[in-house]
Design a protein around this ligand. Sequence first.
Ligand code: ADP
Ligand code: MG
Length: 409
Amino acid sequence: MKSFKELSLPAPLARAIEELKFDVPTPIQASAIPIALEGKDLIGCAQTGTGKTAAFSIPLIAKIIASPDSRALILCPTRELATQVADVLRALTKHLPNIRGVVLIGGASMKPQMRGLSQNPSIIVATPGRLTDHLERKSLNLSKVNTIVLDEADRMFDMGFAPQVEHIFKFVPAKRQILLFSATLANTVKKLSDRYMHSPEHISVGEVNRPALKIKQSHISISGPDKNEKLLEVVKARSGAILIFSRTKIRTDRLSKFLKTNSVKAVAIHGGRTQGQRERALEDFRTGAYNILVATDVASRGLDIPSIELVVNFDLPATREDYIHRIGRTARAGANGEAISFVTPEEMRDWKIISGEKPESGGGGGHSHQKSGGGRKNNFRPRRGGFQRSSYSPAPRSERSSGRREARR
Ligand code: ADP
Ligand code: MG
């Protein structure tokens, strides 16, 4: 498939794709969409930034148009990711007011989610934790779900969601299509697919365990106490958007404070901040109000942050997989990008493995687990009867005036 036109998609969906300026399908979209449209189970592996969201959203919407009783469930590892998937769905269903959706995520009150559910949405986007809560409260009926999407499956399992995902499967009819997307084909992903999927088609685009070639990667040997000053130097030498990764919540906060006291505008995002704070930070970064985002790994996967010039690993990630995900935030959709990693003398051996210089000797673990949960606001109002928009999520893309995003198009 070379163009979306070849698919003869229903007109309202085709028009939405056009309006998103998706002229040419990305490789994962070109391989995945036709298979998914046939109703087959699918495992799609591709690096971040390759357009996986539309790869599952387009066939899923086409299926609902063809049989309006269809129900789809999309599971995402984090709230932010769920919100972003909902943004894409909202844009794609712009001209399909009868397709409603609801977003079920932690850090949000149950009531509006209940209301959204009572309107019999066609699409549920959820984190496994919150979805399980709803199942326990019996506020949710999954007996009509005939499509399940597992987005960022490897991340979801890294975060310990495998038992919840398996539990959720029990509530879904056995006759269902499963679309699984992942950046890496981890063992946990293989195990789950063996158990639950029916002769899935495997698609793997690009070298899954290799970061995009357009990313210029380098490291700086440095001792811990010198990192702050070095960071200032690196940051001040650039004007574009920079994403800085640090290991813990406390370090993330400290680092953003340090940058601020040195007149560098920075915002922080990590699991310890309230939902509202996280949303504000992300949005400020997206719109370019702040050029620098300091984050823990909770922000390292799936977030669609356009045009990052540089990723700084202020602290090294725990694994090579995490490294690939982190630096995958830059050089998205074909742009050029750069990644700089700070490596202390004690970390030099780890760095060789993380950077891919030396092959990994098995064993994962050591991930910082960000839990999706906790409790705060989360309001969902139907917008023109279409895909529900959470009150906190950023404005739909078409309405956003992001200089950066515009520049990219
Ligand atoms: P992934 O889930 O693989 O990390 P996303 O689905 O978040 O990637 O897409 C990454 C970026 O590419 C987004 O900004 C999205 O709008 C853009 N994109 C997706 N598909 C296309 C396409 N066919 N043409 C142009 N841009 C696209
Ligand atoms: Mg994604």
